[in-house]
Design a protein around this ligand. Structure first.
Ligand code: ADP
Ligand code: MG
Length: 256
């Protein structure tokens, strides 16, 4: 990446479900190192856009380029390998496994080949295993999960489980991290530390973040750039300050 190429370039993507236009020619870019927030009322198309980025839905006539490369050309199973990671609104964890093993699984999703090397004890397995273990420890410390590292995920509070899910996603060493409503279900205190955590993910690991979020105070506090969707269309884009005072945004939110 030469610094000018956006990490993510979304170019005129449209998605229909029968008669419903979920996304209507949406375009925007995310630069490396940015924290970009995607906001908009319910039904605006935010989750649909995330699902296009994860290749769960095809993106109509438009295109998505990641680091200058067209996503549509890649098979879905390679998504973690190319550097796009995500969390889900409804946690995607192995509930009967420990915190540590969940994070370790994230390492393996990146080193796909490493997993099989380890399983069949092929050459190189030991190096990959020790690297995965080192990275798992680092992330457990980073996410304040040491006290619960050997506990089973299902027994932990929701907010802690969400940090484990972040650990699983970070373990795969993404260049771009997609967070789907990370603040959903968190209490006030957890909400505050989530903002700091997202900034730390960018600052410490250099990871670019695209998040869908309803909590305006969180979004306005951490986002470099905000993209606003309404009824599948992009209605505004800019800094938090620019977006907040945009007439169409005010109208969309106040239902005027
Ligand atoms: P948001 O995440 O912003 O709340 P969504 O992307 O979930 O919005 O939905 C956008 C529109 O597309 C809504 O009208 C929703 O009902 C519709 N929609 C989303 N997913 C599907 C689906 N799988 N089948 C049919 N309609 C869908
Ligand atoms: Mg949604």
């Amino acid at each position: 990446n030469d610094g000018d190429t956006p990490l993510l370039a979304i170019d005129g993507i449209s998605v229909r479900f029968g008669g419903i236009v979920a996304l209507d020619g949406v375009s925007f870019t995310v630069q490396p190192g940015q924290i970009c927030a995607l906001i908009g009322p319910n039904g605006a198309g935010k989750s649909t856009l995330f699902n296009c980025l994860s290749r769960i839905y095809p993106c109509g006539s438009g295109g998505i380029a990641f680091n200058g490369e067209a996503l549509a050309k890649l098979p879905r199973y390679r998504m973690a390998g190319i550097g796009i990671g995500r969390t889900f609104q409804n946690l995607a964890l192995f509930r009967s496994m420990t915190v540590r093993d969940n994070v370790l699984m994230g390492c393996h999703s990146r080193h796909h080949a490493g997993f099989f090397r380890a399983m069949f004890r092929l050459p190189g397995a030991e190096r990959i295993e020790s690297e995965s273990a080192r990275r798992t420890d680092e992330l457990i410390t980073f996410l304040d999960l040491e006290p619960v590292a050997d506990r089973v995920v299902a027994d932990l509070p929701f907010g802690t489980q969400k940090r484990v899910e972040l650990g699983r996603a970070l373990a795969a060493e993404p260049k771009l991290l997609l967070l789907d409503e990370p603040a959903c279900g968190l209490n006030h205190e957890e909400l505050h530390s989530l903002g700091e955590l997202i900034c730390a993910i960018r600052d410490r690991f250099g990871i670019t973040v695209l998040l869908v979020e309803h909590h305006m105070s969180l979004v306005m506090g951490i986002a470099d750039k905000v993209v606003v969707l309404n009824f599948g269309r992009k209605i505004a884009e800019g800094t938090p300050g620019e977006v907040r005072s945009h007439p169409e945004v005010i109208q969309a939110y106040l239902g005027g």
